[in-house]
Write a protein that binds this ligand. Sequence first.
Ligand SMILES: *Cc1c(COP(=O)(O)O)cnc(C)c1O
Length: 395
Amino acid sequence: MAQAFLEHLTDTLSQIEADGLKKVERPISGPQGARMQVQGREMINLCANNYLGLADHPALIETAKQALDSHGYGMASVRFICGTQELHRALEQKLASFLGQDDAILFAACFDANGAVFEPLLGPEDAVISDALNHASIIDGIRLCKARRFRYANSDMADLEAKLKEAREGGARHVMIATDGVFSMDGYLAKLGEIRALADRYDAVLMVDDCHATGFMGPGGAGTPAHAGVSADILTGTLGKALGGAIGGYVAASQPVVDLLRQRGRPYLFSNALPPAVVAAGITALDLVAQGDDLRARLFENTAYWRAGLERLGFDLLPGEHPIVPVMLGEARLAQEMAARLFDEGVYVSGFFFPVVPKGQARIRTQMNAALTRADLDEALGAFERAGRAVGVLP
Ligand SMILES: *Cc1c(COP(=O)(O)O)cnc(C)c1O
């Protein structure tokens, strides 16, 4: 390989490290859970997307084992050649009915679902209007389509309306609004009631990525549109968060949308089918979600208890109702130091700082789940208190 090329990469890596932006991965041993083993120590886990605590649920593990026996390990094919088992269709139909849509189509991940969803549906005559804080996969998916692109300031309805007007005045044939259901750095919900009303006024299609909501937000866990009492035209989501946390994504929508994605969605056509164990366990995860009112109640009780505890200690929190509870620290250095001290205390959290969040808004993003007990939360609050004093954010 050309020496200059490798040197260039090494320089880039050094710069990432010098800027304090290097991401390190800590291997965990054993399953993902409320407590887990990290580098030989037991830690309370406050940074997983395991909202309902299903990642190590015995029913999912059992279903996956059975599916390995009955349906084998891998598919070794894309769906349209010989990669579709009855399990795949069963999960798609179950997802669709859970989400109140005609049909659904599975992808290897939601990153792929978002990479697939725009390009076949929108042409150069069309426009897509995207929230500035949308997930990277939405941004990339939009880059792949030929529609005219607009971006509105995060949850700024006046700006969204201005962009809708501009798109319509520019003669757009079809207009699509794309938004996350939950903005995951802040735990803020998209203003779907207002967005739906604007979409209707300007005859736009509404696409919502509900990765951080499906399974627990809204009545029955149907997500942020249900929570806001509206419907989305196109929903994307993941099996990798509340729905068991393994892998897999989907688009759920009306029949022509799903049918066209099956014909033209490139990450669908040119990538392997999901393995049967994951698909079968996905079906079981949806059953658990359907019976999951107690899990959702525990999740939101934990969220309220955690939020109140941190507030009582004097931490600066962003307001909200979502199980993402960001503890605001300001400077990147503080967030890193706080995360390191919490790690020493046996609490696993992640610090977020520029460029992931704006400069001066560094934070520790804590995430609640249904598997955490009061004892876990009390222990974590004690650790936050000691770490907060040590770094000087608490008196
Ligand atoms: C996690 C996430 C994704 C990616 O989902 P995967 O299934 O892990 O690829 C996409 N969009 C949003 C909003 C997410 O939070």
